[in-house]
Design a protein around this ligand. Structure first.
Ligand code: SF4
Length: 369
């Protein structure tokens, strides 16, 4: 058995930690590249959303390198993510690739547990007693590493907006994440976080700078994966913008499990706020994109960047609503629709124009005061 999973942001760090701690052989898919995307695009229907194609590309590359067991998250309607596994399986079989499949259910229902029981029938025979006994601890270590990566990334978002040497925060963040990746056990993780924070804080900063405050909202895959969004978060930070986002692995896991009081409350507030424009739950992140934009406007943010994959149903609805929200709440919203054709220069140009516009608004306000 050799387990693999989709490549999304820093997810490989905690997935790897779970597999290593439980002694389960694994293979991290290669970093998402043009080749990954080309494989996904070539073997998918052109109308399907971008994450489907990227994940398919990840799986093909991983299976070709020797993985044989795919672990994939599930979802419910109306988002297409809930159907990814059905279609991915057919495509991989047509390509002649051999694999076993395990879906992590979005909610712990009897139906999901039965499906899980069925899927793991052969896998269970390959697991050893050690795998079973260490698995709960492995999940705990994975969870700790996930929270640790989020903590380091949040710190980098704040520091990057004031860095004096372009790219220095990113270099320090990468070093901190490498240290965290190499750590094992609770004590080492704690030390890696402490050392990582210290490294990020050594970045030379201009403390007098007043960064713009911008929130990134939108479809979770495009928000959380810098390989897909062209590094929007880093680019904005390096233009002097303090970026915020509410979409993290912990947010989505907590939401699925119905735990994490603060995050649950925040998500509920976004959802309830969105009802001013949307009469019901459209699905996926749509209501949260709208609700968060309104709340960030009320909190005095300078702008919002809305990320969505081409052909994403829920976020297409959100983008239409956000045009009105932008007018009503006087907050600039830049919607970036990402697809496989995207080139970094287009993203860079659009972000530079957006930040120039924020600067112009700030100057205009200052002149009027
Ligand atoms: S949220 Fe959009 S992009 Fe993501 S899986 Fe659903 S339809 Fe596709």
């Amino acid at each position: 058995m050799r387990v693999t999973f989709p490549r999304l942001g820093t997810m490989h760090i905690f997935c790897k930690a779970i597999a290593e701690t439980a002694g389960i052989p694994y293979l991290v898919p290669p970093i998402t590249s043009r080749k990954t995307l080309a494989l996904g695009v070539k073997n998918s229907n052109e109308c399907i959303c971008l994450p489907f194609k990227v994940i398919l590309g990840n799986f093909i590359e991983a299976l070709q390198r020797g993985a044989d067991t795919i672990v994939m998250v599930g979802s419910g309607p109306p988002c297409r993510l809930g159907l990814y596994d059905l279609v991915h399986k057919v495509i991989l079989e047509d390509l002649g690739l051999r694999y076993r499949w395990l879906t992590i259910p979005p909610r712990l229902t009897w139906e999901a547990l039965m499906k899980n029981h069925e899927e793991t029938k052969t896998l269970r025979r390959e697991l050893t007693l050690r795998n079973y006994l260490t698995f709960p601890y492995a999940l705990y270590i994975g969870w700790r590493k996930m929270l640790a990566t989020e903590r380091l990334e949040r710190l980098a978002m704040a520091v990057r907006a004031r860095e004096t040497v372009r790219g220095s925060t990113q270099r320090n963040l990468q070093q901190a994440l490498r240290m965290l990746d190499e750590s094992s056990g609770g004590k080492e993780i704690k030390e890696a976080v402490r050392d990582g924070e210290r490294i990020i804080q050594t970045t030379e900063q201009d403390r007098g700078r007043q960064p713009f405050r911008v929130a990134i909202v939108g479809e979770l895959y495009t928000v959380m994966d810098p390989e897909i969004n062209g590094g929007v978060e880093q680019r904005l930070g390096e233009m002097g913008v303090a970026v915020t986002r509410s979409s993290w692995f912990s947010t989505h896991i907590n939401r699925s499990l119905g735990v994490g009081r603060e995050q649950k409350k925040e998500r509920l507030r976004f959802y309830q706020t969105s009802l001013e424009y949307l009469g019901y739950d459209v699905g996926a992140e749509c209501n949260f994109s709208v609700g968060e934009t309104i709340m960030r406007a009320r909190e005095g943010y300078d702008g919002v960047v809305h990320l969505m994959p081409f052909a994403c149903m829920p976020e297409t609805t959100a983008s239409a609503v956000l045009k009105q929200v932008s007018k009503d709440y006087h907050i600039p919203v830049l919607t970036l629709t990402l697809d496989e054709q995207d080139v970094e220069s287009r993203i860079q140009t659009l972000l530079e124009a957006f930040v120039d516009m924020l600067l112009w608004r700030r100057d205009k306000k200052a002149a009027a005061a």
